[in-house]
Write a protein that binds this ligand. Structure first.
Ligand SMILES: C[S@@+](CC[C@H](N)C(=O)[O-])C[C@H]1O[C@@H](n2cnc3c(N)ncnc32)[C@H](O)[C@@H]1O
Length: 292
């Protein structure tokens, strides 16, 4: 049977604000200075989804919101290749940006649509698609995306029983203890892959995303390193390598300071094996499509 290609989206991508065309964003000088600090802290709000039975790894709305404010103008187009339950959409909708997001899992896409349905503004459009991120070029025109922001799976980090080692012993059995919380067992799911396979897939996916981005458009990736069978896997280094191979250039490394979210800490490794608490910070890697 002949497979028909999906039609490209009819979605706006030009800025609707009155800022000068050479400006990167709509920020005032005062807000620009604040965002130069390389350690970013975020707080969860009521609308954030923190129930791990809905999705095991959701970032706070404030994280994509900050990236959208720093790297886009009102009316421009944001892409999230691994959109999960659509946190990026909520931020884009709040800020009047159009957005397109992809996830392999239909259940997550349905949840994302429901989240958006709660507040509809005609000013911008957010589209949630259930498809493999490899297929993104089927849906978007070249040089239309002003920002790609996401938190991809951290390779096969979730593909093991959750031991909650960093949580105090008496609180460890929190309903997720000993459960495997991977997104899916689909072989295309980056969360099922070793770090080498993961980096290869990221290069393929981002190599296809590059021509869809406007020149000098930013591409932000939030990741954490992995601790697996007494070894450190520096996921962020794999991501930097993969994106370079895809043609992106690293511009900034920002730290998501999560100390405000760490509580009920258990003792881990004492007294012979020093292992940092995984939950105290994550990377926010900022790349761009280099100018020609
Ligand atoms: C860390 S989660 C993103 C969560 C999202 N930031 C949120 O707040 O809801 C990563 C997502 O990538 C999806 N995923 C994994 N491999 C994929 C692929 N090849 N194409 C599209 N989505 C994929 C998983 O289903 C998972 O929902």
């Amino acid at each position: 049977m002949l497979q028909t290609k999906p039609k490209k989206f009819d979605i706006a991508y030009e800025k609707t604000c009155s800022c000068k065309p050479t400006h990167l964003n709509c920020l005032t000088a005062k807000d620009w200075v604040k965002s130069q600090v390389a350690v970013w802290e975020f707080f969860y709000e009521k609308r954030d989804i923190r129930d791990k039975s809905i999705h095991p790894a959701v970032f706070p709305i404030a994280l994509p919101a900050k990236c959208i404010e720093v790297f886009t103008h009102r009316g421009e187009l944001v892409l999230d290749p691994f959109v999960g339950i659509g946190t990026t959409f909520v931020a884009a909708q709040d800020l009047g940006r159009n957005a397109v997001g992809f996830d392999l899992k239909q259940e997550y896409i349905e949840f994302a649509k429901k989240r958006l349905g709660q507040k509809r503004l005609a000013e911008s459009k957010q589209l949630a698609i259930c498809d493999d991120a490899h297929n993104i070029p089927d849906y978007l025109e070249e040089e239309t995306v002003s920002l790609a922001v996401t938190s991809p799976p951290y390779a096969h980090m979730l593909n093991k029983p959750r031991l909650n080692k960093s949580i105090r012993g008496d609180l460890r059995d929190n309903g997720h203890y000993q459960k495997i919380q991977q997104y899916s067992d689909d072989p295309r799911d980056l969360g099922t892959m070793t770090h080498e396979e993961y980096a290869k897939s990221l290069t393929e996916i981002y190599g296809k995303i590059l021509p869809l981005m406007k020149p000098r458009a930013h591409c932000v990736i939030n990741v954490n390193d992995v601790w697996w069978e007494n070894r450190r896997y520096p996921t962020h280094i794999y991501v930097v390598g993969a994106l370079h191979k895809a043609g992106f250039e690293l511009r900034n490394i920002l730290i998501w300071d999560k100390r405000n979210l760490v509580n009920q800490v258990g003792i881990y490794g004492w007294p012979s094996n020093y292992i940092k608490l995984g939950a105290t910070f994550e990377y926010i890697l900022d790349f761009w499509r280099p100018p020609e």
